[in-house]
Ligand binder design. Structure first.
Ligand code: COA
Length: 171
């Protein structure tokens, strides 16, 4: 069980609901280049689908589709799965910062605070993936201490997998 309010000291973090769809859509629409790597372009329908999507082996209780708010403004969206692909691992399925406030350290603050929280709770690692060629994502994750672990071919794309070890003793 993740206490999402404790994930950040800098931002207000809460679960996103149907009432937030317009704000999520607005934020995602500021990042058209992301959808060149991960088509189709964002739509309200794709956001609703993402809100509900859960990988195999976990339940809806393990999924945290959350927003990081700066004042009342949605600054970032994070899709976090507790216990995927195995217990003790947290999986970031999606992370996006409003383009209007990118390259100011917002993404790094959120991810570093998240990793600190997960590390303190005994999580072994955080895992994620990006599409090969999404240089923005690759540089960001490598800069924030993630290491490539492999690659998967899917739908004519190469997906780069990566992880950050939090508690080496358990990893
Ligand atoms: C990746 C992302 C979350 C970073 O958020 P951010 O708030 O800009 O991150 P920070 O300001 O903390 O860090 C900026 C770092 O991101 C990387 N970065 C940002 N824009 C970049 C670009 N256009 N090209 C290459 N790297 C870039 C760099 O490593 C940069 O640090 P540097 O300038 O010191 O090299 C944000 O750019 C984003 O939402 N992108 C679209 C969605 C996405 O690709 N998400 C990751 C999916 S796996």
């Amino acid at each position: 069980m993740i206490d999402i309010k404790a994930l950040s000291k800098t931002y207000i973090v809460r679960r996103l609901t149907d009432a937030d769809i317009e704000d999520i859509y607005r934020l995602c629409s500021t990042n058209p280049q992301y959808y060149i790597h991960m088509p189709p372009p964002v739509s309200r329908e794709s956001i609703i689908a993402d809100m509900c999507a859960i990988p195999p082996g976990v339940t809806a209780d393990d999924k945290y589709y959350i927003g990081c708010f700066d004042g009342g403004r949605l600054a970032a969206v994070l899709d976090l799965i507790d216990g995927y692909p195995e217990k003790g691992v947290a999986y970031i399925g999606f992370f996006m910062v409003d383009a209007a406030i990118q390259s100011c350290g917002v993404g790094s603050v959120i991810i570093n605070e998240l990793c600190r929280y997960l590390s303190d709770r005994g999580f072994a690692s955080v895992r994620l993936a990006w599409v090969d060629g999404n240089n923005q994502a690759e540089r960001f994750w490598l800069k924030n201490g993630f290491s490539k672990t492999g690659s998967i071919e899917r739908d004519d794309k190469t997906i780069i997998t990566a992880q950050k070890i939090l508690n080496p003793i358990f990893a």
